[in-house]
Design a protein around this ligand. Sequence first.
Ligand code: BG6
Length: 492
Amino acid sequence: MTSLIIPVDSFDYVVFGGNGDLAERKLLPALYHRDLDGQIPADCRIIGASRTAISDDEYRDFARKAIDTFVSTADRKPEAIERFIGRLSYLQVDARSDDGWDALKARLDEAPPERIRAFYLAVGPALFGDFAMRIRQFGLVNANTRLVVEKPVGRDLQSARELNRIIGEHFDEQQVFRIDHYLGKETVQNLMALRFANMLYEPLWNSAYVDHVQITVAESVGLEGRAGYYDKAGALRDMVQNHIVQLMCLVALEPPAAIDGDSLRDEKLKVLRALKPIDASNIEHVTVRGQYRAGASNGGPVAGYLEDLGEPNSSTETFVAIKAEINNWRWAGVPFYLRTGKRLTQRMSEIVVTFRPIPHSIFGPNAGHVQQNQLVLRLQPDEGVKQWLMIKDPGPGGMRLRHVPLDMSFAESFGVRNPDAYERLLMDVIRGNQTLFMRRDEVEAAWEWIDPILTAWAEKDVKPQGYTSGTWGPSSSIALIERDGRTWHEPE
Ligand code: BG6
């Protein structure tokens, strides 16, 4: 099957933190893929920038290595790689001083003045303000400038507000693209297609027909050398405040009038504002914190969190489970069970919508148990959608029922490679399409829900419970859902 690739307008991408981990693992491979597919016009340039002194050639070698490591063999086409490498250059630029900024301006000014300029801040949030200020101060902003900001946007409501304020001093909200890469995942966008391009689901998408929703983002990896950041963040800030809350919003939102930036984001905001507060009064009942201990992962023994961290103590959670509720007409009484963790049994992310039981079974006891319908949206590792239904077991011998999935596994059904989320998002930045990016008020509303959880954990001294690496987390997370007579969806 061929896919329709529409080239974007010419642009220059400046990647601050251009020789960092994110650029290496995600940004350069994603841009390469878009180039390989013919989406990037011939005159576009990619400029890596950071404080490190490296030459253009060294930067190109860095990019070659990134492609070798993070692009599949089948997609590594020598001609395409050389074309892509030819777009790259590097400049030494310091966020905290004036060094390098004139050179960057001169480089950008070589292009036509109205060309799209995207500045990607692949750096820690402590530098967002300095970069935003200097990009503006050195006259780098033209009529088509976009600023791309990576998470974390703050570590609580107050710091998020402050970051947004600083960015807002130098850029209009229409120029700011706050990345949550989960929104670029194919299945997440498919959730919008399923809900709003079919008549089937929407009439059932409410508390009358939906029993509960589960959102799991399980990782098998541990700290991955990010101890400094992670130990200060923890799973609630790292995964729930952004990725999981965003997924919950997309499941729960009212139909927007159009799929454009503000229509969708207005609806997400309403969900965020309807979230039932979690505070000291209910914290112990509806949340679980965990921290991994030594165990096994990917077939081998692995160390515990404290050992990975190299510290004797830490009360940072690497696992969190939450029973969330949305106080509005559509969702009142429908729990959204959320969980995420590192060093779990396997890498697996999914959204599961479980419908209510049928009101009455006409089939006798020999037919078997009539199970509840489930819609399973798998984000990873293999993206796809399964709608579980009851059907008759084929053949003679009476009526026996069977639970079977209608399977829409993307890779198999469409015969195409699943693009990485960053490919879609990096091109949306160029198109100026903000739909899949977080708006300022959304980020702050998410923190408004998260902050009291952090406060209540501290107030009630809720410590993370240990769980063995390679399991599904602390046993209390099983109890969290089983208390309600439900179970976590077992991955197949
Ligand atoms: C990042 C988190 O935002 O998402 C990481 O900071 C996490 O801790 C990662 O590992 C997971 O992303 P993905 O796309 O691999 O599920």
